[in-house]
Design a protein around this ligand. Structure first.
Ligand code: SF4
Length: 419
């Protein structure tokens, strides 16, 4: 049987052997000839009006590829059944909208259809997203008796195994991540897998330093609890639960920051309890996934070129995309957009403010004269969306895109949905 049986409910984790059957649809929905061309030509295109640099690793990662593939296969396997996603399968509006067009309904999140877990019937089919679900949600789904198709990425499951080990061995899991991100919620539920086991989520170095201070000197535990109210287990007591720590991270965080957080916590424990006792008090494992690391490294490489600006394409709630912006923004003006329509000509671009997360506008963002632009995209962005963004910038710069496409393929460019 293709499924693993957990309790009474079949959970499919290996697809349905329909890869070939859905390949055409996936190609049509997400493929882009311009991106293929750039990949064949050293990720670079130089024209009289503009020079384009594309990061060497960008867009769909192995986990997203697999999740989207399973979603299409599931639709093909169960064409007549009601098909649900617990929430966004990945953080990309194009992909989620396409799944809605295919009849997939969402149980929660911004695309929620109104159907709740309690409304599900055994004949319904539910897809679990690439970043997984919490143990609590999984149990609730199992109770309904519906068919589950699990697209959780292996790299996320790897973090779960790590924090489950911490819990078994009596360590509190300190997770570098965003406490309200689906992946971190799922990971934290595994960190509590043993009676009394606890977790704490730290978002950045500032929060880590606050925790380190408490480890070293103690402090106001009420203030601590209030600061991490949403980011710690129920009943978390900093006086009790910061004595043995295992560090892990959301797979899509900035890897340099994750490593530094682990280092600072290790030093704080050594300061408090002595170097000799560290073996019993500190565990760490870098759980940044290789796809995230490769995309970050590729942007670091790309911005070594002299550029005028960088455009980063990906969902606004996509953690890995926001880190690509962070890296780019250290050197050049960098604009994180989630869809093509954010570019409103050379005069105006709407993009995500990295500090507030709000949508902001920047005027005259694109130089009128010749310029060099870097492009990259988060792990949940299809090539077609990146290609459309590049194409639009070329058009604004006065490039004859039709002639360019014909020179690449012998065909005019396809103009798919413009969001
Ligand atoms: S970003 Fe990494 S962990 Fe997340 S789905 Fe992709 S490969 Fe898996």
């Amino acid at each position: 049987m293709a499924a693993n049986l957990i309790s009474e409910v079949p959970i499919y984790r290996k697809g349905f052997g329909l890869k070939q059957e859905v390949a055409g649809e996936l190609e049509q929905d997400y493929h882009c000839e311009l991106i293929d061309h750039l990949q064949r030509h050293d990720f670079h295109l130089k024209l009289p009006q503009v020079e384009v640099f594309l990061a060497r690793e960008f867009g769909f990662c192995y986990g997203v590829d697999r999740a989207v593939d399973y979603a299409y296969e599931t639709r093909k396997k169960f064409p007549e059944r009601r098909l649900f996603l617990t929430t966004e399968i990945i953080h990309n509006p194009r992909v989620n909208t396409r799944l809605i067009e295919m009849g997939v309904q969402f149980l929660s999140g911004q695309y929620a259809s109104g159907v709740k877990i309690g409304d599900l019937k055994p004949e319904d089919v539910v897809l679990l997203p690439a970043f997984g679900v919490s143990t609590h949600e999984l149990k609730a789904l199992e109770k309904t008796g519906c068919v589950l198709v699990d697209t959780t990425c292996g790299s996320v499951a790897n973090v779960w195994r790590r924090v489950e080990r911490y819990a078994r061995e009596g360590y509190t899991s300190v997770v570098h991540g965003k406490y309200n991100h689906e992946e971190t919620i799922a990971t934290c539920s595994r960190a509590e897998s043993q009676p009394g086991s606890k977790y704490l989520v730290v978002r950045d170095l500032n929060e880590a330093d606050y925790v380190c201070d408490f480890i070293r000197h103690g402090g106001d535990s009420e203030e601590f609890k209030s600061k991490f109210e949403k980011a710690a287990s129920q009943g978390f007591d900093p006086n009790l639960h910061l004595r043995k720590i295992g560090v892990a991270n959301q797979t899509t965080m900035l890897s340099s920051e994750s490593l530094e957080i682990a280092r600072r916590i290790k030093v704080a424990l050594a300061d408090r309890y002595g170097e000799d006792d560290l073996g019993n008090r500190f565990l760490s494992f870098d759980t940044i996934c290789s796809a995230t690391q490769e995309r970050q490294d590729a942007v670091i490489d790309m911005v070594k070129n002299p550029l005028d600006l960088v455009l980063i394409v990906g969902g606004f709630n996509s953690s890995n995309t926001s880190h690509l912006r962070e890296i780019s923004g250290e050197k050049y003006p960098a604009y994180h957009i989630d869809r093509l329509s954010r570019i409103q000509g050379s005069d105006l671009i709407e993009h995500r403010d990295p500090e507030t997360g709000d949508l902001v506008q920047t005027k005259d963002w694109l130089p009128k004269e010749f310029c060099r632009i870097g492009f990259t995209a988060g792990a949940s962005t299809p090539n077609q969306v990146i290609g459309e963004v590049i194409q639009k910038v070329l058009e604004i710069k006065g490039v004859d895109v039709l002639a360019l496409a014909q020179s690449m393929t012998g065909q005019p460019p396809s103009r798919e949905t413009v969001e």
